[in-house]
Design a protein around this ligand. Structure first.
Ligand code: CIZ
Ligand code: SF4
Length: 302
């Protein structure tokens, strides 16, 4: 650990703060975290921590999720610029308008949405539990709208033969991967297994040996006996994969598979935020209460 990392850890101890980081953050951020995970894993930790402060190293909607699940804790974002492109595809106003026209439709929202949108949803899902929860609702034969990720929604539709209505949102980092890039990576690494995130388009998913969330991809690389993997998601997760399987090799599908939002979080940000208790997540009690219902339903069903 470098001097700044040690200073952050010391400060966190003095303030009884827990540091949570997403797999997509920079390596030096993952190194100072008490827990590194995907949205689902981080939410579960946020629910049960005894810390007074949660220093959240991830994008805005993830900090909101931590606040919803731990409303009595002070949740600080490491910086105030790390947002998520996908979450911006649907606003509270969009969903209010949709619901007026479609009062009987079940709204399943991906975790990559703002708290005000979760508050209007029936249930929330993450990439780890999406298929299971979507199946639960689709089997009830209800009309469903899945927001905002058209790729993950389409993957669920194709997997189960459903016809959920899909919002037209996506993650530009995952959406613009091309079949040529997949072919090139496979040619360069002929012995590697190709693993991919369901935020990628279906034509890319079809080329993969395994599809799953970051946590599921990480677990797959630990359990599978292949020794090389082409990783079709934000390359921050490769740090966690290399740490878990030091003898295996991991190649990013494309050399710049980077979420600039996640990568904007620096050690300086984390220190400044914790020291000065900056960038606190503030949500109204009403939003917290309503959004918590959709997250609690997710935790029950996952
Ligand atoms: O759920 C998450 O944490 C996201 C956004 C990606 C993943 O699959 O971990
Ligand atoms: Fe959002 Fe895409 Fe970044 Fe994930 S990788 S946080 S979906 S912009």
């Amino acid at each position: 650990m470098n001097i700044l990392q040690e200073k952050i850890k010391k400060l966190a101890k003095e303030k009884n703060a827990i540091i949570l980081a997403h797999y997509y953050t920079n390596k030096e951020i993952q190194e100072i975290a008490d827990f590194v995970g995907d949205s689902l894993g981080l939410s579960k930790i946020a629910c049960k921590t005894n810390a007074d402060i949660i220093l959240f190293c991830g994008v805005d909607f993830m900090g909101e999720t931590a606040k919803i699940l731990s409303p009595n804790k002070k949740v600080l974002m490491a910086n105030n610029i790390a947002s998520c492109f996908m979450a911006k595809y649907i606003s509270e106003r969009d969903l209010i308008n949709y619901k007026k026209l479609n009062p009987d439709t079940i709204i399943i929202s991906y975790v990559n949405t703002y708290a005000s949108v979760k508050a209007l949803s029936d249930v929330c899902v993450t990439s780890t539990n999406a298929l299971k929860i979507i199946k639960h609702y689709a089997d009830l034969n209800k009309k469903i709208l899945y927001i905002p990720d058209k790729n993950l929604g389409n993957y669920a539709n194709k997997t189960y033969g459903y016809n959920m209505e899909l919002w037209n949102g996506f993650c530009p980092i995952h959406n613009y991967v091309s079949l040529n890039q997949v072919a090139k990576a496979k040619k360069e690494h002929p012995n590697a297994k190709f693993i991919v995130h369901p935020e990628c388009p279906y034509e890319i998913i079809k080329e993969a040996d395994f599809v799953g969330s970051t946590k599921q991809m990480l677990d797959y690389t630990i359990q599978d006996n292949a020794s090389e993997f082409i990783v079709g998601t934000e390359s921050g997760v490769i740090y966690a994969m290399e740490k878990a399987s030091p003898n295996k090799k991991f190649y990013p599908l494309v050399s710049n598979f980077r979420c600039i939002n996640m990568k904007s979080i620096t050690l300086e940000d984390a220190y400044d935020s914790l020291k000065n208790e900056k960038n606190e997540v503030i949500l109204s009690e009403d939003i917290i209460k309503k959004a918590k219902t959709s997250l609690d339903r997710m935790l029950e069903l996952s």
